[in-house]
Design a protein around this ligand. Structure first.
Ligand code: SF4
Ligand code: SF4
Length: 310
């Protein structure tokens, strides 16, 4: 296959396609969320994105206790005595219980789609992309984890003339970066802390690969914005933000850092996938005053800084 020939039959697992976003790249964007992430950030607001496979979600608030699911499950994975209802060790995510759940308490996160199917969805917004100078953003999860699918999807987007953005943790091999970047216009690069021990403790992996890959992405010459989730008890302190700002400065070509205040939007989803939320529930969003102080730290190093993802 030629380098820019697209395999429209390549398949990936997509868990959401969100239209009309103004936060994840220039203009109006459609965001394609891909399943799978090698990181497990304790505060993750899309915990259903971490597992790379399709996954049943159970929302007890919608359940009417009809027991239909229990009757149809051949694996014996539904147990009303079980804390989160589904025994994940037995469940094979076949989806039969969902088809028999008429209240919507059971849903599937993740759908297998071909590149062609995603492009067909994206085409619905192509006029908006042109008018607003927007485009497509691939997010997750970690879009580089489904690297073959991401590559083909990016190539297909470029063949349509659309602006492409990836939101990435950069936790991947050098080969993946080299393959993918020629098809990317903007990288939104998450850097969470320079403290290796803390990174491992709160995220489950070391940060060396991420920091090395950050340098490679910059060397590639692609516009890059560094995004920092500002998380109390993790990195919401002067030193952590200063360290990241200095790292960004050292990369030379980073003109923009976005500080994203901690929020709890995804907390309720943890129960739906049978997981405990990894942060203390009493932690609050950093105040605007605190965020402004962090913004000043970044700006004092001569880097443009926004609070939020604008
Ligand atoms: S997805 Fe399949 S295996 Fe899992 S609980 Fe539902 S019916 Fe059982
Ligand atoms: S089928 Fe749906 S509504 Fe009925 S018990 Fe199962 S989860 Fe609850």
């Amino acid at each position: 296959m030629l380098k820019n020939e697209v395999n429209y039959e390549e398949k990936g697992i997509v868990f959401n396609i969100q239209r009309f976003s103004v936060n994840d790249g220039p203009g109006l964007r459609t965001i394609v969320f891909l399943k799978g992430c090698p990181l497990s950030c304790r505060w993750c607001s899309n915990p259903e994105s971490q597992n790379k496979h399709r996954q049943v979600m159970f929302n007890i608030k919608n359940c009417i206790d009809c027991h239909q699911c229990e009757e149809v499950c051949k694996m014996g994975a539904i147990d009303f005595k079980f804390n989160y209802r589904i025994d994940r060790n037995k469940c094979v995510n076949c989806g039969e219980c969902i088809e028999n759940c008429y209240s919507g308490a059971l849903t599937m996160s993740g759908e297998e789609m071909t590149v062609q199917q995603v492009i067909d969805e994206l085409k619905k917004e192509s006029i908006q992309f042109r008018r607003s100078k927007g485009g497509v953003t691939l997010s997750g999860g970690e879009p580089l984890m489904q690297s073959k699918f991401t590559l083909e999807l990016l190539k297909a987007c470029k063949s349509m003339g659309w602006h492409t953005t990836i939101e990435t943790t950069a936790y991947c091999s050098e080969k993946v970066i080299k393959d993918i970047l020629p098809w990317v216009d903007l990288v939104l690069l998450d850097i969470k802390t320079l403290d290796t021990n803390k990174h491992f403790e709160y995220i489950g992996v070391n940060n060396e690969i991420i920091l090395e890959n950050a340098k490679k992405i910059i060397q590639f010459g692609i516009e890059t914005i560094i995004r920092v989730p500002v998380i109390p008890e993790f990195n919401a302190d002067k030193k952590s933000i200063e360290d990241i700002a200095k790292f960004a400065k050292g990369l030379n070509k980073v003109n923009e850092v976005h500080l994203l205040p901690y929020h709890k939007y995804g907390v309720n989803k943890y129960e739906c996938i049978g997981k405990e939320y990894g942060m203390r529930k009493k932690i609050n969003t950093p105040s605007n005053d605190v965020m402004v102080k962090f913004k000043t730290i970044v700006e004092d190093l001569g880097i443009c800084c926004n609070i939020g993802a604008h």
